[in-house]
Design a binder for this molecule. Sequence first.
Ligand SMILES: N[C@@H](CCC(=O)N[C@@H](CS)C(=O)NCC(=O)O)C(=O)O
Length: 200
Amino acid sequence: MSGQMKLIYFDVKGRAEVTRLLFKLAGKDFIDCRLTKEEWEAFKPSTPKGQLPLLEVDGKTMCESFAIARYVARELNLYGFSNWEAAAVDMIVESCSGLFEQVVHAYYAKTEEEKAEVTKKTAEVLQSTEKLAVQLKKGKFILGDEASLADSALYSTIEVLQGLLKDLKMDVYPTISELIKNFTELPAVADWLKTRPDNK
Ligand SMILES: N[C@@H](CCC(=O)N[C@@H](CS)C(=O)NCC(=O)O)C(=O)O
């Protein structure tokens, strides 16, 4: 098991919340480092890709949000317990990675027309993710009785999308909606949602 891990990002949920939720789910301490714009400008040149989030662990620095989430999930036993379960988690994580492309489009969409276009595309990606979730879901969570990286990725990605796309309707994806509801009702998650910094 690695020493204490430091997750570095901005003071927003964005691409770091999936990993923050994993730490909370596992009850594992971590350093939740949130940089200001000025701190980031000074720090950026020394980082692997000039991007956040980063994970510092045992003197090493890791980039790419879903690589970080996968590393932390493996460390905290939130990546399933067989090769197939890990593959099921990966299928959902890859789908969330695809959804994150829409987060970027939504972030930069300025006009109502652009937002409507991104909402339409997001709905298509969500439809295929719903289809996948129906096939994979083994119980309250994707892997059955226990939440994993798959549930954290779904919740955190869709939360960001909903924040950016006000017309996005989730009730047409009942399986994803149920997974998210079950995830947010877990005591450790519910506690974090109540106490986390109030940011965008
Ligand atoms: N594929 C990367 C994308 C990282 C990325 O786009 N990070 C943005 C914030 S969400 C960033 O660092 N922006 C500040 C900058 O580029 O200076 C990941 O998933 O980590």
